[in-house]
Design a protein around this ligand. Structure first.
Ligand SMILES: *Cc1c(COP(=O)(O)O)cnc(C)c1O
Length: 469
């Protein structure tokens, strides 16, 4: 066959039907199905035709094995998971865009078990009757917070929505102007209030709110007094906020429930691990709050969930609201949450067993030693165009927890040896099989090693080889 002219090359491209019968296509068809192979093969043949017409086609690419290999590669990419594990070296531990808290193995195994086989999700094994989906975790939450009752929904935004809709629809909720928060990712308290059908009554000023401000705002249409934890910012200087205990007393005097959106919600005092103190759910309940809402995947270290604990009569009302049905959690969440909550029964092991806490409490010296250990491999992988130095840096907890407190950490500062190329390197790291995500600032790529678990180090180093290509 004469394949010397572009036209002759085009004519020598094998026909689709013939290729599909070729043995090289048997494996892709068995794996991805005929329709998908036909789609990918059509696209491949179009590319070959275009290249042939441009006189840019090497005849070796027309072998059926070569075409099949190209089709298989495309299908593997197309069918591969789009949700992928990454290395979070951004320095933000509970990173909302990266899935917040990683789960401990115990929770992962519980999820897998819950998915593989039927389970007593809403079935009481003791009585043989229909059960309550919340029961398993509600028991643990009562134990861990001292609250009378608990329920769980999809996330904390849903928890706040459910509370407001159930207890304050078409009525007023009194909130301090200093606490009308917006949390990243479109949670704005005034908007949630509106969606719940409740009317926001703002009191006080941005920096100072007093008990009398709340008291003066209470009227015939008042339903709740609400406090919102200022999760992702701090108001400092000339400030005053009303303590939960004072507000709770006012609520009792005037017959209004006091609701606290705690945001991150930690179950234990983190200062025992050297972390900045954050109010615990137990303290807020003990101070007299009627309901407290918080997230499952922030400081708690569990799956995405919104937890409400507090007075049994109020929790009972939440559970009767049809919205609860719409916001309910699935069995994966409950399985993971149960496994994580159980870990809290043994606080002395928590910083080993709870992944989020393990990462948050990794010692600076440990991280520095890890940086020293990995530096040569990283330097070799990025090549002489860049300088990799190990440097001290600070991580943040993330997800709005403890916004102003930073954790001393260690990692790499990567700078171009001569000129530019840094954003290219950043993109190359993102293109690795398990993408490595850092932070570009001040003409430097910063890789914070706080979240590089020692058990993942081998995988981290092994894939660096792909960079030098
Ligand atoms: C994070 C946060 C929320 C939203 O919680 P999600 O679990 O992300 O829905 C609401 N309120 C406060 C104070 C928060 O910090």
């Amino acid at each position: 066959m004469d394949v010397s002219t572009p036209r002759a090359v085009v004519e020598s491209i094998p026909a689709l039907d013939r290729l599909l019968r070729d043995e090289n296509f048997a494996a892709p068809i068995a794996r991805y199905g005929r329709d998908e192979v036909v789609r990918a093969l059509r696209a491949r043949l179009d590319v070959l035709r275009t290249q042939a017409r441009a006189g840019a086609l090497d005849a070796s690419r027309l072998a059926s094995a070569a075409i099949a290999a190209a089709v298989a590669a495309e299908l593997q990419c197309h069918h591969g998971p789009k949700l992928r594990a990454v290395f979070n070296l951004t320095g933000t531990v509970l990173h909302t865009n990266l899935g917040r808290s990683p789960l401990p193995d115990a929770a992962v195994e519980a999820v897998v078990r819950a998915l593989r086989a039927p389970l007593n999700l809403e079935f009481d094994l003791a009585t043989g009757k229909r059960g309550d989906r919340d029961a398993v975790v509600a028991e643990l939450l009562r134990e861990l917070t001292g609250a009378e009752a608990a329920t769980v929904v999809n996330n904390n935004a849903a928890a706040v929505l459910l509370v407001l809709n159930t207890l304050a629809a078409r009525r007023e909720v009194v909130v301090s102007r200093g606490e009308l928060v917006e949390i990243g990712g479109s949670f704005r308290l005034p908007d949630v209030m509106h969606s719940a059908g409740a009317k926001l009554v703002e009191v006080g000023t941005t920096n100072r709110t007093h008990l009398a401000d709340y008291a003066d705002a209470i009227g015939a249409r008042s339903a709740l007094l609400m406090k919102v934890h200022t999760s992702n910012y701090a108001i400092s200087g000339f400030t005053h906020a009303v303590a939960i205990s004072e507000l709770a007393q006012l609520g009792r005097d005037r017959g209004l429930a006091v609701v606290v959106d705690l945001g991150s919600g930690s179950l234990l005092d983190l200062s025992r691990w050297g972390l900045p103190p954050e109010p615990t759910v137990r303290e807020i309940i003990a101070a007299g709050a009627d309901l407290v809402t918080f997230s499952g995947d922030k400081l708690l270290g569990g799956p995405q969930a919104g937890i409400v604990v507090g007075r049994a009569d109020l929790i009972g009302k939440l559970k009767k609201n049809p919205l609860k049905r719409a916001l309910r959690v699935d069995k994966m969440t409950l399985a993971a949450l149960e496994a994580v909550l159980v870990l809290y029964r043994a606080p002395e092991f928590l910083s080993e067993r709870l992944t989020a806490l393990r990462l948050l409490t990794r010692r600076t010296e440990t991280i520095a030693a890890q940086a020293t250990r990995l530096q040569a491999a990283l330097q070799a992988a990025v090549g002489t165009g860049f300088m990799v130095s190990t440097v001290a840096m600070t991580s943040q907890i993330g997800s709005g927890a403890l916004p102003v407190e930073m954790l001393a950490s260690h990692g790499f500062a990567i700078r171009p040896a001569r000129r530019g190329g840094l954003s290219r390197l950043e993109a190359d790291l993102r293109a690795l099989p398990r993408p490595v995500l850092g932070r570009l600032a001040d003409k430097t790529l910063w890789l914070d090693l706080r979240c590089l678990d020692e058990t993942d180090e081998g995988e981290f180093v092994a894939q660096l080889g792909a960079l030098s290509g």
